[in-house]
Design a protein around this ligand. Sequence first.
Ligand SMILES: Cc1cc2nc3c(=O)[nH]c(=O)nc-3n(C[C@H](O)[C@H](O)[C@H](O)COP(=O)(O)OP(=O)(O)OC[C@H]3O[C@@H](n4cnc5c(N)ncnc54)[C@H](O)[C@@H]3O)c2cc1C
Length: 633
Amino acid sequence: MESASIAIVGLGPRGLNILERIAALLGERSSNIPMTIHLIDPAIPGQGVHAWSQPQHLLVNTVAGQITMFSDDTVEDSGPAVAGPSLLDWVHERGYRCVDGKFIISSAGTEIGENDYLPRSLLGEYLTAVCDRLLKSLPANVTVRNHRREVVNISEYGDGSLAIHLQGDYVVDADFCFLALGHCESLPDDFDLTLEAQARRGQSNNSQLRYFRNPYPINSLSAISSHDRVALCGTGLTATDVLSALTVGIGGAFEKVGQDRMRYLACGREPAITIFSRQGLPFGGRAVNQKGVGGQYKARYFTREFIDAARHALCLREGSLQLDFDRDLWPTLKHEMAYVYQCTASGAWAEARGFVPDAASVAAIDALIAPLAGITFADYAAYQRYIHDYLRDDIADSLQGNVQNPRKAAADVIRDLRDNIRYAVDHCGLTPASHQRFLSHWCSIMNRIAVGPPKERNMELLALMEAGIVQFGLGQNPQIGFDAGSSRFTLASTAFAINETDSFDVFVRAKIDVFEPEKSTSRLVHNMLASGLAVPFQNGGFKPSGLAVDKSANLLRSDGQAMRNIWALGNIVEGSNFYTFVLPRPQVNSRAIQDAGKVVIAMLERIDARAAAQEALQASQQAASAARQAETA
Ligand SMILES: Cc1cc2nc3c(=O)[nH]c(=O)nc-3n(C[C@H](O)[C@H](O)[C@H](O)COP(=O)(O)OP(=O)(O)OC[C@H]3O[C@@H](n4cnc5c(N)ncnc54)[C@H](O)[C@@H]3O)c2cc1C
């Protein structure tokens, strides 16, 4: 019997999803076709970006009860649900507890709850434990080979099978390959190159001058001293990591001084930090979760049926299937948010049909989307006061919860209906122009209001502002520059009545690289583009990010043909797919597990078809040989 060789390239959470689905699907099959699974990743199996070597102060921004690597009955079209521990179950099984703010195995301290935000290092431990468990659960006909090396190229043999080239010239032969490369690094962009050059040139005049094009590994920030003035560009989750590293990471501490307040106890080694962004606003904190593990708001208006109908109407009207987000989708999504806002505020859920939101609810959604619209600040001090009050209000909203607070409930619509947004956007669902605006304009707003850090992080930010260590910098769209005289980076306000400028020794760009294949430092991606085995995804003339795949997640070659034995998942297909980088959540028909299930089912069908064809061939050969023997006799 012919065996099957399967390569999983990249064994972070996405690669682990593939392994989990292979284990689950093989568990219910009687077939005993020999299989070899090659797990290929230079990093520790399972962890991806959630390395267990990270400091404990870097937190996952999803509550413990909402992370799992196992399927459940809600997950559709992906094979059987095989039970396994969620992150929360696992920390309990292992005996982890919270002792003086640290998560350790102990009988002291307090039990970890479903709404706790745990260190990413602990998540990494969980992921590797899941990997170990899955490997033990594989049936006897499966052999596993672990290769702790980088894949540098993939090429095809004449029969269509694959040569997976590992660093060091080792080649793995595979019939099927899953690519789950996750967060690949990019080459510096023009912004990086400019600031890097300024830093290089100015260092002879200012020994403190330094540019960080991203803050990872986070320990690289230990080069920043208490004498430095730091400009932190970005106010999202990465910026949260930076603030944490430059405060508690070097010996500072936060003390809770009330339900909604913290005080920062400085260690004296902190630099002076100015945090700023294009939007000029902090991210909204995650509210107290009142939806349990799997609770989600269910769409009344922004449903798949609505999206289908909008597409159908557009097709009749203009002969096109590509929607315009602003014109065709946003009004209904906004209506949904206004409905949730008003019903939550009034405490009564109105009949959805015929509902018309009142002016106050519409204004509340407008304010959530663009809080600074129409506001001009007299000066820097006025802006600081505004941000201080904004944070206080956001903390109060967060403490009221994601079901009871109207603003947080409305913002959560974006998170809860993400699958419907994906349904509208994925695979060129929007026109190229609308796709571009959706990513550059709407996504940053959605991230700010719905995918912020834990509310405690905003309490910490406020405490740091009150301690004079952090200030929120220079309004919307401050202009970034460089003063050659003092050899310092500069920020100039563009949104205040009077112009203000500030200068800095250190500039930290708090962002995660977008995966643009042509700018990726991945040798594998570079070589696949060069050979035409992969191409960047394109929506008409717009090239957002990611590799091109078809709806079955098969990689598309430069000749437009789908590679039926290579599937790509996760961040490397962000572009043709939307929001590919969330961890699976229990009880919500997790898209990550669904995606993994579908591609593994497709592979197993091909293995079965190949085995059936082989059996048929053998049977016909045997029949022919028997006929020949009979003739000779
Ligand atoms: C700093 C950071 C924090 C995050 N925090 C959260 C969070 O709190 N909650 C959340 O839901 N999501 C978070 N995310 C999003 C993240 O995308 C997912 O949590 C998850 O890690 C995605 O898994 P992945 O396997 O697709 O990618 P990754 O985690 O990036 O793993 C990819 C793996 O592929 C390997 N690889 C890459 N190229 C090759 C190659 N050529 N050969 C062999 N192996 C290769 C890498 O070594 C890595 O192990 C975070 C992301 C980042 C960057």
